[in-house]
Write a protein that binds this ligand. Sequence first.
Ligand SMILES: [Ca+2]
Ligand SMILES: [Ca+2]
Ligand SMILES: [Ca+2]
Length: 189
Amino acid sequence: MGNSNGTTVEELKACESHQWYRKFMTECPSGLLTYYEFKQFFGLRNLSEASNAYVWTMFSTFDMNSDGYIDFMEYVAALSLVLKGGVQQKLRWYFKLYDVDGSGCIDQEELLQIIKSIRAINGIPSEISSEDFANMVFEKIDVDGDGELSYEEFMEGIQNDEMLLATLTESLDITHIVNKIQGEIRANI
Ligand SMILES: [Ca+2]
Ligand SMILES: [Ca+2]
Ligand SMILES: [Ca+2]
């Protein structure tokens, strides 16, 4: 993340930083969040296996230096990206999140698992099945038809398709979790 960390902290200081900081330090006095604490932090209990897998992936994506903990800088960087990041930044982050095995491509199984997990967490009923949705995404943006979405296919395909972009940013993000935290922060002021 390099320089963007600095900007992020400045941005954060300018707004609700001390509340975010207080929440983090209250629930995590050591300053390092383990996976178990991460789930407690976001109130994620009694999750299905698929949802657990998604939350684990999310944790790993937040843990940018892969030391097994989320420190305050990583927490700030991830949350501020979710709250304020531009489309490009968010898509880049989603790509990393959806490429569960880190192969550099998103295959159909990875996309399907992510869609299922996110639907399970969000609890939003949908007219189209997860399988049909995953198939549709691949039909639309797997340009070379090799059954995997490369970074370029993902970035270009999603940005050039208003419906997919809207679907991704509305239902495949973690805003509901952030809203939950913000709700708690407001309640504590
Ligand atoms: Ca870390
Ligand atoms: Ca992959
Ligand atoms: Ca492809």
